[in-house]
Ligand binder design. Sequence first.
Ligand SMILES: *Cc1c(COP(=O)(O)O)cnc(C)c1O
Length: 394
Amino acid sequence: MSDRPDYPQTDAVRIQANRSLHREHSVPIFPTSSFVFDTAEQAKALFAGEEEGLIYSRYGNPNTDELVAKLCRLEGTEDGLATATGMAAMFASIAGLVMSGDHIVASRALFGSTLQILATILPRWGVETTFVDGTDAAAWEEAIRPETRMLFAETPSNPGLEIIDIAALGRLAADRGVILNVDNCFATPALQRPAALGAHLVTHSATKFMDGQGRVLGGAILGPADLIAELRFFTRQTGPALSPFNAWILSKSLETLSLRMERHCENALAVARHLEGDPRVARVRYPFLESHRQHELARVQMRAGGGLVTFDVPGGEAGGMAFLNALSMISRSSNLGDTRSIATHPATTTHSRLNEEERLRLGISPGTVRLSVGLESVADIVADIDAALDLQTE
Ligand SMILES: *Cc1c(COP(=O)(O)O)cnc(C)c1O
């Protein structure tokens, strides 16, 4: 995967901010809030945009600029912005482009906070969203109105791992003159490149697989120069800037992203196949299992199936919680995309704000477990799951 011709692995490793006078090999961190002007005339030229250069770290910093340059190469976009969290990226990429009276169409299987932005926060400012079953192409088309400005999709979805056809949405967006915004957090550019399939904006929580080691929060918006220029105006004023330290961590992480994703996917597929063979477990969901409803589409759109596996353990809510408690190695946490495997019980945590019917529509039963498969030896991951199932079903 890491040596495939359409993935710029060398740039993921080699793109680098300018070295300092010390000629250090690893790029330094630039913890500075502002940059000095040689002359008052230079300050004037920089502010007027007549000269290129750094002014203030809310606008840009060598570390965030390096990260954005890498992400643009990986996603195949002209320009981008780095943000302090994934949610800052989701919010800015939507709020920075819409105005009162505009309409959005979004898949209903969205990350919880993204759903809240669209369902609760933006309506206060007169921006309405219609939620559709993201896997139903006709539903997207029917929901578009004259005032629709954006289509927002997340694929694979959390935690149901449904796949949305990005190329089909890209054609629809182009045809109807609306912006297609795709949250590519679960797949990362190592597995899926939405811009090549017609997405205008690609948004990220860099907190997950991009950092991949559970250390920092971060986010990014990648896209064409004109949209990013509009969004840059918004983020410069509203200030969701990423810190230089976190940008440095994330840029380093990108050097190994494709290698890590390769192993996450290999381990996750092995775990999914193992679980499919266990009669105690129901509804094993993984995009690269032949039994996945959209297996064919996943194979067209994604390089591999990703690092998450979702399945149902017996015993409903109590059973799901007992399974988590019976794990000895796998961590109980709500994060995902870490080197360490993590189990989550969506019904009582990440999706507890929804009612039962809403959860069922997203593929969440009381006994559903979401597993973020890490980089431990797969035999140890499987052994921990088996032991927990043994204990739980005793
Ligand atoms: C975690 C996540 C986010 C939010 O990112 P933060 O970095 O936690 O703000 C958005 N979308 C998806 C799909 C996520 O998994």
